[in-house]
Design a protein around this ligand. Structure first.
Ligand code: CP
Ligand code: NVA
Length: 300
């Protein structure tokens, strides 16, 4: 059987994704299983960008599942000294059982996965952050039930998180309205593929109208640090404020993958409000990734 990877949400079927969400909800209720499903299994974690939530949730996930994790910083490994991605993938996958990578170019992750004989999980690339979407979907399911048929508003940068919401709109069957400034749209190929359920507007209030979920992310992602000043200008008017939230449904939830910049993409009183579920979202990274690891390791 071909090795299953999780590079984007499209690598799993809608049924498999829903099964993982429901398994994550169950695992959250009893975090330690007596059977230790990943006993003696090892996860290698290659991180070329900073992380708090993703790193900690994967390490704790492996501990709770009875396995172990290895954090591999490029500066301490031969990858950082120019050993090829292909060779690194072949070597690591002969020793460990599953690998997760946080890097810049999505193509680099795909190349690694092509040469890996064990499952590879995307821990964030410049294009996608599918693990975060598992946690976001779990959080919505827990608070409001199935997201199918709902309207979701994305306000801000059409970058990796937004693009993952586009994939989620397809896989979880919801309508997505993206409000972003000109020049910060998601990839046109993704938009064309999802034209029946994803639209781009310029007015955040228009996007949020009737939404059951409002989500945003930082205006200057990792790799965009040098553009921060210009981005602050371009994105002014795209902050999620209480006034903006008032255009959404009265029971609308607010989500942010974190880390957040209070007073930039989100007002502090939105992030800290009762309808903000950002702390559940952060916690659910652990439960959702446990369910994902269990699923992928059971495939081969
Ligand atoms: N949301 C998220 O991926 O956070 P970290 O960058 O802290 O891992
Ligand atoms: N869009 C952000 C997400 C961080 C979790 C980034 O890529 O830096």
């Amino acid at each position: 059987m071909a090795t299953r990877h999780f590079l984007t949400l499209l690598d799993l079927s809608p049924v498999e994704l829903r099964d993982i969400i429901h398994r994550a909800i169950a695992m959250k209720k009893s975090p330690l299983q007596s059977e230790e499903p990943l006993k003696n299994k090892t996860l290698a974690m290659i991180f070329e960008k900073s992380s708090t939530r993703t790193r900690v949730s994967f390490e704790v996930a492996m501990t709770q599942l009875g396995g172990a994790s290895l954090f591999l910083s490029p500066s301490d490994t031969q990858l950082g000294r120019g050993e090829s991605i292909e060779d690194s993938a072949k070597v690591l996958s002969r020793m460990v059982d599953v690998i997760t990578i946080r890097t810049y170019e999505h193509a680099k992750l795909e190349l690694f996965a092509k040469h890996s004989s064990v499952p590879v999980i995307n821990s964030l690339t410049d294009d996608f952050h599918p693990c975060q979407l598992l946690a976001d979907m779990q959080t919505f399911f827990e608070h409001r039930g199935d997201i199918a048929g709902h309207r979701v508003a994305w306000v801000g940068d059409g970058h990796n998180m937004c693009q993952s919401y586009i994939n989620a709109a397809m896989q979880f069957d919801f309508e997505l309205v993206v409000a972003c400034p000109e020049g910060f749209e998601p990839d046109q190929y993704l938009l064309d593929r999802c034209a029946d359920r994803v639209t781009v507007v310029r007015n955040p209030a228009e996007a949020v109208k009737g939404a059951s979920l409002v989500a945003t992310d930082v205006w200057a992602s990792m790799g965009h640090e040098e553009e921060r000043k210009i981005r602050l200008q371009k994105f002014s008017g795209f902050q999620v404020t209480r006034e903006l939230m008032s255009y959404a449904r009265p029971d609308a939830l607010f989500m942010h993958c974190l880390p957040a910049h209070r007073g930039e993409e989100v007002a502090a009183d939105v992030l800290d409000a009762a309808d903000s579920v950002v702390w559940d979202e952060a916690e659910n990274r652990l439960h959702a990734q446990k369910a994902l690891l269990e699923f992928l390791c059971a495939q081969g």
